[in-house]
Structures are given as structure tokens and as C-alpha cells.
Design a protein around this ligand. Structure first.
Ligand code: SF4
Ligand code: MG
Length: 336
């Protein structure tokens, strides 16, 4: 099936006083209609930049964008600001970590939900209000008719997150981009919001890009996973495949630092040594090589000289052999 969103060889470069920063360096992925793609990586991996670029929210003055972003047949990189503004909040919407990025403190929640709907859909004030109350109800805001007239600060953190989701769903978007939407919330509310997103996806059929540093959060939500490191994709596959048979040493590290239900928490937390590289002067070859424990298994210094390609479909960008990718993780980490 043709994918709803297709990103090909995306390169996003910021010009800074110290030189160009390649925040995203040759990224390709697809999102299927009505499905969830999880993008996982540490901060600075390029996951947020990628999504701001899709939405056209990068600063054109300091950012160079190359490659292709095609949504529903429309090329977004070359689209005008006017076209992008039409698409944002209408065909595509965003849910942020901090609801106050999206909700202004100065206007009532109801007004902020209604106005884009009136603008994008040519709805009357009454129609927009009805729709807003319907959406507030759907996301589980109690007494939505009264709450419509509240300001964001009168909502709790979890309620604000729900209100932002309601706002994102007002125009029934085909693509919803959620950037760490539950990171600031406590575990119980986090689980509620994830359940809510899953239910709403069933109902609305939106495709979702879910960005997170937490593989545990995303594994229950996503159909497909893309693991990013230092501006590049290192592994791709269905969520089930990536979680059960991960093939990239970076993914192994992410998985082994995840607390597990079936084991002692202390023993499970095994962080990846070192830190992600500066993207001003990224390492040659595989960008993960300064932190990787397996470089000796690859002949001829390839890890530090040659960029490992990411193939199509189920793939990992690593010079290890298929057999090593199959067995190393299982041998070393799996048995407990
Ligand atoms: Fe590690 Fe080399 Fe594979 Fe990169 S290519 S993940 S450095 S083994
Ligand atoms: Mg981010």
C-alpha cells in the first residue's frame, strides 16, 4: 500500500556561529495511513527536528532542508508558508510535551479550540463550540460545558494534556505528531493519556508519529519503530520485531537500560556508556562507534571509516554480519 507520509533522504542543517550542524543527515521513513510510527532516540538524535521540519515550523533563515517529504501526494519541503499553514491544524496537528507550548495562557480553552476550527472549516461560532465540547468530552474532561470557559491554568497538568489533544483533533487530522506527549506526567496519568491516544486513533483513523526517548512507552503504542542516533536512522522494523529481535547495538543499549517487569530494577538499568556526539563534528563512519562495544568484531576499522547503510524494510545500519546481529543480543543480554 502507498504510504501516507514518505520522507526520503531528509537533510536538515542549521547554520550556527561555530559552523553547520547536520541535525538530520539522510533520513528516510514511511508512515502508513491510520498507523503509528514510533521514533525513538536520545535528545539531540534529530527526532524533534525531523517533525518540526515536516510541519514546516523550522526557521527558514537559519535552516537548510534537502530531500523529500511527501504527505498524501503533496510535497511539503517546497510548499509555501501559506499552504503549510492551511495543512497545520487541519490535515496535520501536533501534541507537545508541554501543553503551554500549544495553549496560550491568555485565552480560554474553549476559544483556543474553536478559533482554528472556524478558520479552517468555515464553521460558525456555535458549530465550533459544539465541536469543541464534543472533543473535550471525548478526551475525558469532566463538565466540558463549564470547562469550555476556563483558562489553561485552571486545568491540572493531565487535563491540559487532554485539552491539547482535543485541540489537535478538532479538525480530524490525517497526521498527528506527538513529541514526548507524556514525559512530564506521572506514570498513572501517562498510561491514561496513552490509552486515550490509542482509542482516539481507532476512532479518528489518524496516522501518528510518536516521538520519545523511552522505548517502553512506545512499544505498546507503535505499529512500526524507527530508532535514531545522532541525526540518522539506525534501525527500522515493526514494533514487535524491533522489541523481540533488535539488530543494532544502539537499540540493544536502549533495551538493556529499560526497566523490566520480570526482573529486578537495579540489575536491568545498564546505561549506554558515553554521550551522543556533537553534530558540529560528528564521528566518521558509524556515528555510534565511539560508544559501541562491538567494533572489534568488524574487520578493517570499517566502523570508524565507512557509514553503514540502512536498507529498506526491516533493517539496521551496522556492519556486523546478519548472524552476529541475530545472536549477539540474545546471547549477551536476553537470558536472565
Ligand atoms: Fe557498532 Fe560498528 Fe555496528 Fe556501528 S557499525 S553499531 S560501531 S558494530
Ligand atoms: Mg525533543
Amino acid at each position: 500500500p502507498e504510504s501516507f507520509l514518505s520522507v526520503r533522504d531528509l537533510k536538515v542543517t542549521f547554520s550556527t556561529e561555530d559552523g553547520p550542524v547536520k541535525a538530520v543527515d539522510g533520513l528516510s521513513f514511511d508512515v502508513q495511513r491510520g498507523k503509528t510510527l514510533g521514533i525513538v532516540g536520545e535528545s539531540g538524535s534529530g527526532k524533534s527536528v525531523t517533525n518540526l521540519t515536516i510541519l514546516g515550523l523550522h526557521s527558514p533563515r537559519t535552516t537548510t532542508v534537502d530531500g523529500e517529504i511527501v504527505m498524501d501526494g503533496k510535497e511539503l519541503i517546497t510548499a509555501s508558508e501559506k499552504e503549510l499553514e492551511q495543512l497545520r491544524g487541519n490535515k496535520m496537528a501536533m501534541i507537545f510535551q508541554d501543553p503551554l507550548t500549544a495553549l496560550s495562557p491568555f485565552y480560554t480553552v474553549g476559544r483556543q479550540l474553536s478559533e482554528p476550527f472556524m478558520k479552517h472549516r468555515g464553521a460558525s461560532k456555535k458549530e465550533a463550540k459544539d465541536r469543541a465540547i464534543e472533543m473535550l468530552t471525548k478526551v475525558g474532561i469532566p463538565q466540558p460545558k463549564t470547562r469550555f470557559d476556563d483558562y489553561p491554568h485552571q486545568f491540572s497538568g493531565g487535563m491540559r494534556q487532554r485539552a491539547m489533544i482535543a485541540m489537535a483533533l478538532m479538525c480530524d487530522p490525517d497526521l498527528l505528531i506527538a513529541d514526548e506527549p507524556t514525559t512530564a506526567l506521572d506514570v498513572t496519568v501517562q498510561a491514561q493519556i496513552l490509552d486515550l491516544l490509542k482509542d482516539l486513533q481507532q476512532e479518528f483513523g489518524s496516522a501518528i508519529i510518536f516521538i520519545t526517548h523511552d522505548l517502553g512507552v512506545i512499544s505498546q503504542m507503535a505499529d512500526d519503530l524507527l530508532v535514531m542516533y545522532a541525526g540518522r536512522a539506525v534501525e527500522r522494523g515493526s514494533a514487535r520485531e524491533v522489541m523481540s529481535t533488535p539488530k543494532h547495538p544502539y537499540t540493544w543499549g536502549l533495551l538493556s537500560s529499560m526497566p523490566r517487569l520480570d526482573s529486578n530494577l537495579d540489575e536491568a538499568l545498564e546505561p549506554i556508556p558515553g554521550a551522543p556526539p556533537s553534530l558540529l563534528t560528528p564521528p566518521d563512519g558509524c556515528r555510534f562507534h565511539p560508544r559501541c562495544a562491538y567494533t572489534d568484531l568488524v574487520p578493517g576499522n570499517q566502523c570508524s571509516t565507512t557509514r553503514p547503510p540502512l536498507g529498506d524494510g526491516r533493517a539496521s545500519a551496522c556492519h556486523l554480519t546478519a548472524e552476529q546481529k541475530q545472536t549477539l543480543f540474545i546471547d549477551k543480554i536476553q537470558p536472565r
